[in-house]
Design a protein around this ligand. Structure first.
Ligand code: TYM
Length: 328
C-alpha cells in the first residue's frame, strides 16, 4: 500500500521559535518515520509583509540548516524552497480564481495582520490561497501545523472541494494534524498571546538560536501567578500551563505525569526543570546547526527537493490547465 503523504512549511520571517519547533517541526520528525514527508521553506509567504531582502536570504539559509539540526532526516523527507518551484504561484492563481474575496477577508490572521498597517498588501489577503496551492499540489493527506494555522487548512479543504465539484476530481481533501499536547505555545511574558516570530518583546519569545543562558533567563523570568501550585488551568494559570506544555512536549510526557512530578514543587524549582530541558534540547540543536550552516550539503538537499517537487507540481498544473480550459 502507498504511504500517506504529510506536508508542511514554515515561514523564514525570523529565527524560528520554540512554538514553531513544538507545533510543526517535532510533529514532522514523528511523521517522517511512517509517512511520505514533504517539508518546505515558505519564503513566498514571508514577503506578504515587509522584510529586508538580505535578512530574508539569511533566514532561508538558517532555516534549512535548522530543519536538519532539529532532526529532520533529508533521506526521509523531500525538502525544498517554495520560490524555486514556480508552479506554486501558477497553481495559486488558478485557485484564487476559484476563491471568494469574502472568505479570504474573514480569515482571522488576515484580520489581525491587516489591522497593523494601513498599507497592507494584496498578498496578505491571498496568502491562504498560496498555502492551499502548497498543500493541494501534492495530494497531501495530512498537514502538521499549530492550532493557529487550522483555519488556513480548512479553507484549503473548501477550495479543493469547490474545485473538484466544478471541474471533476482533481485534489485530495487534506486534514490538519494538530497535536493535543502543546498545540499553542504562548508568549512567556504575556501567556494569553501566541509565542510569535514577529513579537516585539524578545523576553517572551524563545528562538532556537538564542544563547542558552538567555533561554534560561527567559524561562526563569516567565510570567506566572499568585496561586503557588502547579496546575494545568489555561484560564486561571496561563503562564504555568504554558510551561507545562513546553515541558511535556519536549520530554514527550503526558500532562498527568508532569502534574504528578511537580505536585510538591514551588514555581522556582518547576521553572528550573523546564529551563534544564529546553536548554539541553536547544543546545544540541545549536551545536549541529553550527556544524551545518556552511555545508554545501544543504544546497544539494534543496536542489534535489526542487527537482522532485517540480516534477510532481507540473503534473498537477497541467491537469488543472486542461480542466479549466487554459489550452489551445
Ligand atoms: P508559521 O511560519 O507562522 O509557523 C510555522 C508552524 O509553526 C506553528 N506555530 C506554532 N505552534 C505552536 N505554538 C506556537 N506559538 C506557534 N507559532 C507557530 C504554526 O502553526 C505552523 O505550523 N502559513 C504557514 C506556513 C505555510 C504552510 C503551508 C504550512 C505556508 N504554506 C502549507 C502548512 C502547509 C505559517 O505562516 O506558518
Amino acid at each position: 500500500m502507498d504511504k500517506k503523504r504529510v506536508l508542511t512549511g514554515l515561514q523564514p520571517t525570523g529565527v524560528i521559535t520554540l512554538g514553531n519547533y513544538i507545533g510543526a517541526i517535532k510533529q514532522m520528525i514523528e511523521c517522517q518515520e511512517k509517512y511520505d514527508s514533504i517539508l518546505f521553506i515558505a519564503d513566498m509567504h514571508a514577503i506578504t509583509v515587509p522584510i529586508d531582502a538580505d535578512t530574508l536570504a539569511k533566514n532561508i539559509r538558517q532555516l534549512i540548516a535548522l530543519y536538519i539540526a532539529c532532526g529532520i532526516d533529508p533521506k526521509k523527507n523531500t525538502i525544498f524552497l517554495q520560490s524555486e518551484n514556480e508552479y506554486h504561484a501558477n497553481i495559486s492563481w488558478m485557485l484564487e480564481c476559484n476563491t471568494y474575496y469574502g472568505e479570504l477577508s474573514r480569515m482571522t490572521q488576515f484580520k489581525d495582520k491587516s489591522k497593523k498597517s494601513a498599507n497592507f498588501t494584496a498578498g496578505l489577503l491571498t496568502y491562504p490561497v498560496l498555502m492551499a496551492a502548497d498543500i493541494l499540489t501534492y495530494d497531501t493527506d495530512f498537514v502538521p501545523v499549530g492550532i493557529d494555522q487550522k483555519q488556513h487548512v480548512e479553507i484549503a479543504r473548501d477550495i479543493a472541494i469547490r474545485f473538484n465539484k466544478k471541474y471533476g476530481d482533481t485534489f485530495k481533501i487534506p486534514e490538519p494534524l494538530i497535536r493535543e499536547e502543546g498545540v499553542k505555545i504562548t508568549d512567556l511574558q504575556d501567556p494569553t498571546k501566541k509565542m510569535s516570530k514577529s513579537s516585539e518583546n524578545q523576553k517572551g519569545v524563545i528562538r532556537l538560536l538564542d544563547d542558552v543562558d538567555v533561554i534560561r533567563k527567559k524561562i526563569m523570568s516567565a510570567t506566572t501567578d499568585s496561586v503557588g501550585k502547579i496546575n494545568f488551568d489555561v484560564d486561571n494559570q496561563p503562564g504555568i500551563s504554558n510551561l507545562i506544555n513546553i515541558y511535556i512536549s519536549l520530554k514527550n510526557k503526558t500532562k498527568e505525569e508532569a502534574l504528578e512530578e511537580f505536585s510538591n514543587s514551588n514555581y522556582g524549582n518547576f521553572k528550573t526543570a523546564v529551563a534544564d530541558v529546553a536548554v539541553n534540547e536547544l543546545k544540541k540543536i545549536q551545536d549541529r546547526f553550527n556544524e551545518l550552516i556552511d555545508n554545501k550539503e544543504l544546497d544539494d538537499i534543496l536542489d534535489a527537493g526542487r527537482e522532485k517537487t517540480r516534477m510532481i507540481a507540473k503534473e498537477k498544473y497541467d491537469i488543472m490547465k486542461q480542466k479549466i480550459g487554459l489550452r489551445r
